[in-house]
Design a protein around this ligand. Structure first.
Ligand code: C5P
Length: 227
């Protein structure tokens, strides 16, 4: 288990009392009883966001795929495995949420069918057929009728701001937290990150910092977007 700690300079409870819903971590999409498709997300950014929002006195529900992190104290925690489970859980828990930050690295594809027994090896190639998973962020406004502040994440390798702003509009987000995953030492699996906060009319680049420090800034910025 890794220890989760907030930086010392963090200032205490400014507004408090808002309801946050945060998704974090990877999802796992089973191929058979012992194998699955997943990605390199550790969940650290999402857990830092949950810790930061809680530290500021807000109610937080953290919906997470499998990680090895400790759950920040005082945070309501729901563990899920698949994209479908995360979708169902987000939909069911949205009532009364003021700020939703969808930070999870949700699998875009899952096997069309899950083998009942372990797939045996044989000579030659094995072809997997995959289908799309539900788009949770893209469903928030259109399917779930969510009206609160909506923050999405975007991992891009080129034209960061343009791609993130396109995603902001397409998915009805108020803010996109964009990071350039082509750069070494930040992002997936790393303790530090370097992100740009993108709203409809601004793009603000934050310094390279720990995910805990960035989480405080993201939470503050999201709160400033409340009506
Ligand atoms: O379109 P893309 O997958 O790059 O968007 C990333 C953002 O969308 C992240 O905020 C992620 O949590 C969210 N997402 C989601 N459901 C999916 C795929 C991505 O909520 N199936």
């Amino acid at each position: 288990m890794e220890n989760y700690a907030l930086p010392n300079e963090v200032s205490g409870g400014r507004m408090g009392g808002m309801k946050f819903l945060i998704t974090a971590g990877p999802t796992r999409e089973a191929l058979d009883p012992v194998r699955y498709l997943t990605n390199r997300s550790t969940g650290r950014m999402g857990y830092a966001l949950a810790g930061a929002a809680r530290h500021e006195g807000h109610d937080v529900v953290l919906i997470s795929g499998p990680t090895t992190l400790d759950v920040p104290e005082g945070v309501d925690f729901i563990q899920v495995e698949t994209a479908q489970q995360m979708y169902d859980t987000v939909r069911d828990l949205l009532r009364g949420v003021d700020v939703a930050i969808l930070c999870a690295a949700v699998a875009d594809y899952r096997p069309v069918s899950v083998a009942e027994h372990k797939i045996k090896k044989s000579e030659g190639r094995l072809v997997l057929e995959l289908e799309r998973t539900p788009d949770i962020l893209g469903s928030m406004r259109s399917e779930f009728g969510y009206k609160g502040v909506l923050v999405g994440f975007a991992a891009e390798t080129q034209d960061l701001v343009a791609h993130a702003r396109e995603k902001l509009l397409r998915k009805g987000c108020d803010m996109i937290v964009a990071n350039d995953v082509s750069r070494p030492g930040i992002g997936f699996g790393s303790r530090e990150n370097e992100v740009t906060l993108i709203t409809a009319d601004r793009a603000e680049s934050l310094p390279r910092e720990t995910k805990e420090w960035l989480a405080m800034r993201i939470v503050e910025h999201a709160l400033s977007l409340l009506p």
